[in-house]
Design a binder for this molecule. Structure first.
Ligand SMILES: Cc1cc2nc3c(=O)[nH]c(=O)nc-3n(C[C@H](O)[C@H](O)[C@H](O)COP(=O)(O)O)c2cc1C
Length: 432
């Protein structure tokens, strides 16, 4: 049986290919062209969607400085993904395009209007990845001293989604008459205020543009219990990280239970796992790729620590690498911290955690194209996963190094469909 495939652009609309020997050769990451080339390749491969990550801060949590992040172009610089969307839509005709929006920093009215406009351009191919933005640094760009409490962010996001959808429904179907004889563009009886007065938002409505015929697909990646409850209530698609069939199954079961708890059909949510396939030519290359990835150099330590520091708002430079990692809580990405800590047995030192993460393939699936396809087949079968998002930058060489060998192997394995049968994202997600 085929499953869904897509691409998660983890670097966002940011620097692509820094560190690769061909960085910047014949392309400019600040311009739309390489993203258009990449999305054409994804559509040609019959991938259902492209998700574009986003964040709104320059990380300087690790060692109290932005030095490592700026030197390695990690999380920064990054363009706003929304202006890229029309370029990607213009380059394609079937694949879904999913930019990220923050329910913590966007007014629901602004989001509802912007997404409605883009969905008209997209003819049903738009999605939106809703995040609650755990970073204190981001909060400080929006007038706060620090980010509001974790679960409260999701309470606010719940109301945010309700308001966005109420605005999309503020025009009844059939409101637009375009009656040129009678001189009536739209029927005022079918366009309603929403008069929302909630805990976090006051919005009168109605939306001052036409709602799209098909509402954009809501995507979400919360991993904590509260994050999953939010997804269970509202999401069409859930993105998740897990590397074994058992963990994938557990995560998927939790999300489906959250949907049931919210009175929705569990099948109404498509759960996609993010993986990093690394196709190799043979066993020898597989071994050397694994060995290189397992080496805990200072650069590799910095790479792991800058990332976990930013994602948890905690400077990991303050922990002794050779002492057991103390237990602590984060108000930021709870699920991310839990995954990090669980990478090694309880009581492990920070260095042991980092080493275990470097050594384990994690999200990486290293092997020949057939081995990668077989592994994805096992993961899908063992977990019931609805599909996978490949993560990686859209450096042109990287896209082709990944897709050219893997697409035929995935098709041979019966996992990847040959074409997108629908012209809408909902339609493609409903088809297998
Ligand atoms: C695949 C994936 C993609 C994500 N994309 C973003 C993103 O673009 N921007 C962002 O601020 N957070 C992003 N997140 C973070 C999640 O929205 C969420 O905060 C995180 O998984 C922790 O879950 P929790 O908030 O329930 O604790 C992503 C997480 C995952 C697993």
């Amino acid at each position: 049986m085929t499953v869904h495939f897509g691409w998660f652009l983890g670097a966002g609309f940011g620097v692509q290919g820094w560190g690769d020997p061909t960085y910047g050769v014949g392309y400019d990451w600040t311009q739309p062209a390489i993203y258009q080339d990449a999305v054409r390749a994804f559509e040609g491969a019959a991938f259902d969607l492209l998700v574009i990550e986003d964040g709104v801060a320059v990380p300087d949590t690790y060692r109290g400085t932005a030095e490592v992040n700026l030197a390695a172009a990690r999380f920064v610089p990054k363009h706003d993904p929304l202006p890229l969307v029309p370029y990607l839509l213009g380059a394609t005709s079937r694949i879904g395009i999913v930019p990220t929006l923050s329910a913590s920093f966007w007014e629901p009215y602004t989001a509802a209007r912007l997404l409605a406009t883009l969905q008209h351009f997209a003819h049903g191919r738009l999605g939106f990845n809703v995040v609650t933005s755990g970073s204190d640094l981001a909060a400080q760009n929006y007038g706060l001293d620090k980010q509001v409490e974790h679960d409260l962010r999701y309470d606010r996001a719940d109301e945010w989604v309700d308001v966005v959808r109420a605005l999309w429904r503020s025009w009844e179907p059939g409101a637009v008459l375009e009656d040129t004889v009678g001189g009536v563009y739209a029927d005022f009886r079918k366009v309603h205020t929403i008069d929302h007065e909630g805990r976090f938002f006051r919005v009168r409505g109605p939306l001052n543009t036409l709602p799209p015929e098909e509402e954009p697909v809501m995507v979400q990646a919360g991993a904590s219990g509260r994050g999953q409850a939010f997804a269970g209530r509202h999401s069409d698609v859930v993105l998740a990280l897990a590397s074994t069939p058992e963990r994938m199954k557990a995560h998927r079961d939790q999300v489906r239970q959250a949907a049931a708890d919210a009175g929705r059909a569990p099948d109404s949510i498509t759960v996609l796992f993010v993986v990093n396939p690394i196709p190799t030519a043979n066993a020898e290359e597989t071994a050397s790729v694994r060995a290189a990835r397992a080496e805990l150099t200072q650069a590799a330590i910095d790479e792991q620590l800058q990332s976990i520091s930013y994602l948890t708002n905690v400077d990991f430079a303050r922990f002794d690498l050779d002492a057991p990692l103390p237990s602590f809580e984060t108000n930021s990405n709870r699920g991310t911290l839990e995954n990090f800590v669980k990478s090694a047995p309880a009581g492990s030192t920070l260095r042991e955690v980092l080493a275990a993460r470097a050594k384990a393939d994690g999200l990486a699936i290293v092997g020949t194209p057939t081995e990668v396809a077989d592994r994805l087949g096992e993961l899908a079968e063992g977990s019931g996963a609805d599909g996978f998002l490949f993560t990686g930058q859209v450096h042109p060489a990287h896209v082709h190094r990944t897709l050219d060998p893997l697409v035929p192997a995935l098709r041979d394995a019966g996992l990847l469909k040959r074409e997108l049968t629908s012209t809408t994202l909902r339609g493609n997600l409903a088809a297998r």
